[in-house]
Design a protein around this ligand. Structure first.
Ligand SMILES: Cc1cc2nc3c(=O)[nH]c(=O)nc-3n(C[C@H](O)[C@H](O)[C@H](O)COP(=O)(O)OP(=O)(O)OC[C@H]3O[C@@H](n4cnc5c(N)ncnc54)[C@H](O)[C@@H]3O)c2cc1C
Length: 419
């Protein structure tokens, strides 16, 4: 059996391990346009802040490919897929045949069409090479001022890393709050306050309309006509599924590549997993791209097993983020704002302590939550979402400091353990 995997990150590595769980002999070829051993992408901000180095970023040993008998084609881009003769074309003209193919090409930054966006010293922040280039530039900046476009997770991770490198950071955001995909406005206010106290500056409800300067960026002009000086800029305006390699094929695509619970695409023998795939969201019950590391790995693993002939479904896909900024931890999952009248909201907060907890319920099930600066019990809530557990008997205790599995009756606990 010839397995070909495009992408050498969470989903690609999950697939290698899923295949090898079942098939120790089949040939695996793994293609990546990045020239590196697989690494943890969320750690690029730690790399930029000198809190992680290349060795600590590798999430599999140096022997991983040899031990799993994987032929790597690193630093090589896949430019097309031929469904009829089951092969992948590489940019160097090579053609690689497959029996089963996994597309695990992840996400690609959304670059808004802003005048001057192609100037030097303007970067995205999703790859190790982005972090390396930014780190190289930091030493030669004149003003030490950086403008970051976007106050989402990636923009704020870049902001924290650059601030820790001694830069003056201004984040410009079109919305009226930080992290609007994963926090409601109450939690966002507390996070913003914390970041401002640490020294990050924000401009909300505004955007960059022009990057100024000759070859190198020297400032930005905002929609409000305001101008800001900078000699480094980061565009963190969103990430979209990297579907380029399937564009000339008949593979069904919406925003991402549409897959079923077995991670199969609409074309036989071709699978997709991770940030490029649009799969069924457990909480929303719609197909959606859920761009988080654990889902990418688990989808890759399940795709690998199915490619190797074991029929297995992945049914646990829903958004969940466990992050922190300047020591302020937060875990959020699922739906964070009520979307209809049958959604019930439980909230507790302590502004002084920057503690905020919110749980969204529907039909006596937890469908989402935000836990800020007191995250001890959040893992249990994630488990209850996954298991679609009725919480009728423990509803009044959900926000209590001592809430846990012991809050449920003995029979339930025994049944759960037995599973
Ligand atoms: C700064 C940052 C912080 C993050 N923090 C978190 C976090 O705290 N928690 C969390 O859950 N998630 C986080 N994420 C998201 C997480 O990293 C992604 O969900 C995860 O990496 C997705 O894995 P993937 O394998 O689907 O794709 P990716 O990691 O995007 O990897 C895809 C790979 O395929 C390669 N590729 C693409 N096209 C081709 C082609 N045509 N030919 C060859 N190779 C190709 C790409 O270069 C890349 O190496 C973060 C992401 C970033 C950027």
């Amino acid at each position: 059996m010839d397995y070909v995997i495009i992408g050498n990150s969470a989903a690609g590595i999950g697939a290698v391990e899923g295949i090898r769980e079942v098939d120790s002999k089949g040939r695996i070829t793994l293609i990546s346009d990045e020239p590196y051993h697989t690494y943890s992408r969320p750690l690029i901000s730690y790399y930029l802040a000198n809190k992680a180095n290349w060795e600590t970023m590798k999430f599999r040993s140096n022997d991983f490919y040899a031990e799993n008998n994987v032929e790597t084609k690193l630093g090589m881009k896949a430019v097309g897929i031929n469904e009829a003769d089951k092969s992948v074309n590489l940019a160097n003209g090579e053609k690689i045949e497959f029996d089963k193919l996994l597309v695990a090409t992840g996400g690609t930054p959304f670059i808004p069409p802003i005048e001057g966006v192609d100037k030097n010293n303007i970067y995205n922040f999703i790859k190790l090479d982005d972090a390396k280039s930014i780190a190289g530039d930091i030493e030669n900046l004149e003003t030490g001022k950086v403008v970051i476009l976007g106050a989402g997770l990636i923009g704020l991770k870049a902001a924290e890393a650059l601030f820790k490198q001694g830069l003056e950071v201004i984040v410009v955001e079109l919305a009226d709050q930080v992290l609007n995909a994963i926090l409601d406005d109450e939690a966002a206010k507390l996070v913003q306050q914390h970041l401002e106290e640490k020294g990050i500056n924000f401009i909300f409800e505004d955007t960059v309309t022009q990057f100024l300067g000759e070859d190198k960026v020297t400032g930005v002009r905002l929609e409000s006509e305001k101008e800001l000086d900078c000699d480094l800029a980061i565009v963190a305006a969103g990430v979209k599924p990297n579907i380029e390699v399937v564009e000339e094929t008949d593979i069904e695509v919406n925003q991402g590549i549409i897959v079923n619970n077995k991670l199969k695409t609409s074309i036989t023998n071709i699978y997709a997993a991770g940030d490029v795939a649009e799969s069924n969201n457990l909480v929303r019950d719609i197909k959606e791209v859920v761009p988080i590391w654990p889902d990418a790995y688990n989808q890759g693993w399940t795709a690998g097993k199915n490619m190797a002939g074991v029929k297995e479904d992945y049914l646990e896909c829903f958004s969940r983020n466990s992050i922190g900024f300047f020591g302020l931890p937060m875990i959020t999952a699922g739906i964070i704002e009520p979307e209809s009248d049958d959604h019930e909201v439980l909230v507790t907060k302590n502004e002084e302590e920057k503690v905020y907890k919110k749980i969204i319920l529907q039909n006596d099930r937890i469908i989402g939550f935000i836990y800020l600066n007191d995250i001890d019990r959040a893992g249990i809530l994630t488990g209850l979402i996954k298991e679609k557990q009725s919480i009728t008997e423990v509803k009044d205790e959900l926000l209590a400091d001592n809430f846990g599995y012991l809050s449920f009756n003995k029979e339930w606990r025994q049944e759960r353990l037995a599973k």
